[in-house]
Ligand binder design. Structure first.
Ligand code: CP
Length: 323
């Protein structure tokens, strides 16, 4: 089939060359990105050519499956070349700074850098060091903007809100280890800007009351919250960042999304998880693989969201180059 030389939409989007977190985007900009992503998501076309001849570098200095692969597929579907760099095997392992690495890669003719790093603020440092587009693929506990967007797209798809992405009237729970979660911060930012009511749920050490300053409510009582929710995002307990839950059995007794709890939710309620999952801890296999699970819809939405973000950021960086 001939590759169409079209974008998903021809509407312009006001957007900086960098996508670092969702706090810096207005509700209108988020809607516009989601509109583009939705067009990619529902398109029957097999390819787009808007980034033909351009090059995207994945700088992944922390492990990833979903984000790394979906950025790669997204860039390739738009016609771009992709190169991959990780800490192991690159000069970062010899002590090179991330800013020097970014400048070096940019000097080779890269048009966009996709940055995953264990330290909060790493993507900002890269953005300050280069002139090309920079997309944050998750930095420490700070932000994971494309995850926030893909979760919003998943919920909008599930509840028939693709026309205007107005999530008013939906009550969304985010449950588990919010304290260590960049996903939680980006989800709260995206969902509240689109009008959803967000409830953070977990034990106080993992869902601290201070989260309320982000515009959501906070509770430690999952069973009381469940019948009020249209969707819930179960978050991974991040043991590697020092999350403390007592025993897995004790935690599961109060905070595992299992079949009994799934049945307590509203009819048509959706269960999400950004992955990777700790099966048997924050989510049971029965629920992860069950009828209410939208986990693979999230994964699919991720490719479309990253196509939209790459296209817009790289269009903005080209405008900046030309000016
Ligand atoms: N959700 C997410 O960021 O998954 P990865 O760490 O596999 O990219």
């Amino acid at each position: 089939m001939a590759r169409p030389r079209t974008s998903a939409t021809t509407e312009p989007v006001a957007f900086d060359r960098c996508l670092l977190d969702l706090d810096r985007l207005s509700a209108e900009q988020i809607c516009e990105l989601l509109r583009r992503a939705s067009a990619f998501f529902t398109s029957t076309q097999d390819g787009f050519d808007t980034l033909r001849g351009r090059c995207v570098a994945n700088l992944f200095f922390e492990d990833s499956t979903r984000t790394r692969v979906s950025f790669t597929i997204a860039a390739q579907r738009l016609g771009a070349h992709v190169v991959d760099l990780s800490a192991k095997g690159s000069s970062v392992a010899k002590g090179e700074t991330i800013a020097d690495t970014a400048r070096t890669v940019e000097a080779m003719g890269i048009d966009a850098l996709v940055v995953r790093h264990h330290a909060a603020g790493a993507a900002d440092i890269v953005a300050g060091a280069v002139r090309c587009a920079v997309l944050n693929a998750g930095d420490g506990r700070h932000a994971h903007p494309t995850q926030g967007l893909l979760d919003a797209l998943t919920i909008a798809t599930e509840f028939g809100r693709l026309r205007d992405f107005d999530l008013a009237g939906l009550r969304i729970g985010i449950m588990g280890d919010l304290a260590h979660s960049r996903v939680a911060r980006s989800d709260i930012g995206a969902l509240t800007k689109l009008g959803a009511e967000v409830v953070c749920i977990g034990p106080p050490n993992l869902a601290p009351p201070s989260l309320a300053s982000l515009g959501c409510s906070v509770t430690d009582d999952l069973d009381a919250a469940l019948p009020t929710l249209d969707a819930i995002q179960a978050l991974r307990v991040q043991f590697e960042r020092g999350a403390s839950i007592g025993t897995a059995r004790e935690y599961a007794a109060r905070y595992q999304m299992n079949a009994r709890r799934a049945a307590m939710m509203k009819d048509g309620a959706a269960i999400l998880h950004p992955g990777p999952m700790n099966r048997g801890v924050e989510i049971s296999s029965e629920v992860a693989d069950g009828a209410q699970s939208r986990i693979f819809l999230q994964v699919r939405a991720g490719v479309a969201v990253r196509m939209a973000c790459l296209e817009v950021a790289m269009a903005s960086s080209r405008v900046a180059d030309d000016s």
